[in-house]
Design a protein around this ligand. Structure first.
Ligand code: NDP
Length: 329
């Protein structure tokens, strides 16, 4: 078994030296446990926060121990809680080839219903984040104009498409390259821009001449400032992530225009997907339906090998992914 340990805490941008590939014995299951041969693991932006030794909504990663996170694989040993060898399960012990999982923390999935990677992305955590943030937190209504940052990523690409499918009037996305902007247009976004091409506020105003009703924030900083500036009276923002500052060593300079929240009566609401589990059934039904009908597409960027997992994570922070970033083990 090979696994990735965190051996030091990054200051600013993580480097390969913060991680180590460690070889251990394949575990043996005890009572209530199963051993899973992981096939795919997720790398996610929130993992950067867990590399810091600070109190947050999830505890920090321990040093000299394997990292963890969403993973999917097949049970190879042990039988407990209705889970048995051969079953494909979703669980929280990624960053290793073999995981010793408490059967209560393993959720059986049907590999015939969708490709197994879907359960880590479009039908999994990132898909639910998009669905819950847009429809529940920001309460998007048909006809409204929606702006989403980080729009070519796992969450953002779902936000834009779900908005269109649920009747948004106009959907605008921002992303970090020309190729990503072209992809957004192909996915049905009404307008998209590369935030490197000029000030976000200027590009957003051009793309949304009638203003923005709903902003789905994945980025923070100048994107949030631009959105506040462009938002219409009673606009709502679902504050999902602020990836522009995850590696920052200084407090962010933007947004500088928060006072506009008052006059425009804006709602800026932070949320965690973990509080929206009650929507999971409805979300899976609706999104799986759109997938079956070919009305919704999703991208995945797959990196091969456990030894490449730190590089995949770094690539995610650098924006090298289109859609969901995954590691195949
Ligand atoms: P993505 O697939 O969107 O990958 C991250 C993307 O962020 C990169 O591809 C890159 O794209 C973009 N990015 C990186 N640095 C910057 C920057 N300085 N400015 C603008 N964009 C940048 O990841 P996810 O879809 O998994 O996550 C998206 C956001 O949602 C993150 O902020 C994450 O923390 C948050 N999140 C929040 C959850 C919650 O419960 N609140 C749950 C899940 C995710 P580009 O090339 O466009 O720069």
């Amino acid at each position: 078994n090979r696994e990735i340990h965190l051996v030091s805490r990054p200051d600013g941008w993580p480097t390969p030296e913060n991680f180590r590939l460690v070889t251990t014995e394949v575990p043996t299951p005890g009572p209530g446990q199963v051993v899973v041969r992981n096939r795919f693991m997720s790398v996610d932006p929130y993992m950067r926060g867990r590399m810091n030794d600070v109190k947050s909504y999830v505890p920090p990663f321990a040093l000299d121990a394997p990292l963890d996170g969403g993973a999917i694989g097949e049970v190879v040993a042990g039988e407990a809680g209705g889970v048995k060898p051969g079953d494909v399960v979703l669980h929280g012990l990624g960053w290793r080839e073999y995981a010793l999982v408490d059967a209560r923390g393993a959720r059986k999935v049907d590999p015939d219903l969708a490709p197994v990677t879907a359960y880590l992305g479009v039908l999994g955590m990132t898909g639910l984040t998009a669905y819950a943030g847009l429809l529940d937190v920001a309460a998007m209504k048909p006809g409204e104009t929606v702006f989403v940052s980080g729009a070519a990523g796992a969450v953002g690409s779902m936000v834009g498409q779900i908005a269109k499918l649920r009747g948004a009037g106009r959907v605008i996305g921002s992303a970090g390259s020309r190729a990503k902007v072209e992809r957004l247009t192909a996915l049905g976004f009404d307008a998209a821009f590369d935030y490197h091409d000029g000030p976000v506020s200027k590009q957003l105003r051009a793309a949304a001449p009638d203003g923005v009703d709903v902003y789905f924030d994945n980025v923070g900083g100048d994107h949030l400032e631009a959105a506040i500036g462009a938002m219409n009276l009673h606009g709502r923002a679902a504050i999902c992530g602020m990836i522009a500052q995850y590696n920052a060593t200084e407090p962010p300079a933007a947004p500088r225009n928060l006072a506009l929240v008052i006059g425009k009566r804006l709602t800026l609401r932070g949320f965690l997907v973990s509080d929206h589990g009650h929507l999971r059934e409805q979300f899976v039904q609706e999104v799986a339906g759109w997938l079956r009908e070919g009305r919704l597409s999703y991208d995945e960027t797959v990196i091969d090998g456990i030894e490449q997992a730190p590089e995949a994570f770094l690539g995610l922070l650098r924006g090298e992914n289109l859609g969901k970033m995954l590691v195949r083990l």
